[in-house]
Design a protein. Sequence first.
Length: 88
Amino acid sequence: EFVLVTNRNKPISLSVPFSDELIESGVHINVAVVLYEEDVLTLTKAAKLARLPVEAFMKKLVSMGVVSVDQSVEELDSDLNNLGGCRT
């Protein structure tokens, strides 16, 4: 069943059930990307919705021009140091 949400008779949203056909066409990945971009879902939750491992979802984000890690150089350097990694 589809649900159309309107505001003063202008369509603003459409609710569509996830069918096998939609999933096969990749709609779930696109929905996950949009929800990640809008900060509705974390990277991990968006990857789960996309039915992809986090690494594969990150690669998908990069291929779509979406930033998957938004850290400053200082934050990244700090994280690497905390993990015992190399310094920039």
